[in-house]
Ligand binder design. Sequence first.
Ligand code: XIL
Length: 385
Amino acid sequence: MKIIGLKSIVIVAALVGVIGCQNAQKADSSNSEEAKVTLRSTFQDDFLIGTALSAGQIMGNNELESELIAREFNCVTPENVMKFMLIHPQPDSFNFELPDKLVALAEKNDQEVIGHTLAWHSQVPNWLFEDENGELVDSLTLYSRMKEHIDMVVGRYKGRIKGWDVLNEALNEDGSFRNSKFYQISGTGYIYKAFEYANAADPEMELYYNDYNMHNQAKVDGAVRIAKMLQDRGIRIDGIGMQGHWSLNYPSQEQLESSIKKISDLGLQVMITELDIDVLPNPYNITGANISDNFKASKEANPYVDGLPDSVNQLHANKYESLFKIFYKYKDNIDRVTFWGVHDGHSWKNNWPARGRTNYCLIFDRQYQPKLAYEKIIAIGEEKE
Ligand code: XIL
């Protein structure tokens, strides 16, 4: 429900300024504060607007960056610091310093926190899967290690985290199960256990499945199958995250709408979880975000080192505009839109799928200034008033 629209705030602010305020100067400055248009204020009644924070951003190393993060976003996901390998590198050692800081920072900024991620085949230490001889452990051993991890990590932030990406990237492109070490050891057993343990550790928080290339219908069908498997056993799942690692050429409107509907039809929330629009050439011919893909950089695949041509910036903005039109159309189904990074200077797409490129995926530039895409997104929010 819309409580008060942005335009109304501006009009009220203007009127207050006009109608006999003794201290005009003071009134002006407080009104302009109130009327400041941001992403989080523009979409506050529609969906959360999130970003991913790096270690440096959690530490608050750069004041301008910190101010931007607090101003524009009402939700944060740790880009790396809660991943298994970072938070629990050895059986007996946990790194909670940065995750603790992240949660405290979010509380200070009045932002929700999304935990990322509990069961994922990447950025996970080998000890989780292996015995002292380096052989894969049996499923019961894996489950008890998973339970210990989930109890410890989820339990620590109980009541302070809105939801966790419980399971990340468990599918192949054809919707079959990825042959990860989790799967080799337990088949689909680990999937049930991850959700069961997460629910037990914090019954109030939301539980999500998250994956890339979810505009691919075979893959979203696989995600729907996972959700149904859980639901059939009475295990809770609240939402499915579509990682938005997309480019100027995909996804199509039809693909995106079809995926949103398939997820919503299960009664689950849809989340756009890792949004960035790649503008660089793709000679590797890959889509998605399989982080183990690694190609050699070349001049041809890195053409905009000295700046992005206006024509490409325009395409980038148009793509964001068309995506946000769809997000807004499905605002009753979409709970959150999270960008994967704050600004172009700190996007993982500068180093993936080839290292050392200059990419322009996000909606703030390297000087922390809003790009054309930002203006177009805000305009969608304004039009709806
Ligand atoms: C990426 C981070 O952005 C990088 O800093 C890190 O080096 C690799 O992982 N899918 C996910 C995210 O779920 O966690 C990944 O994040 C990108 C793909």
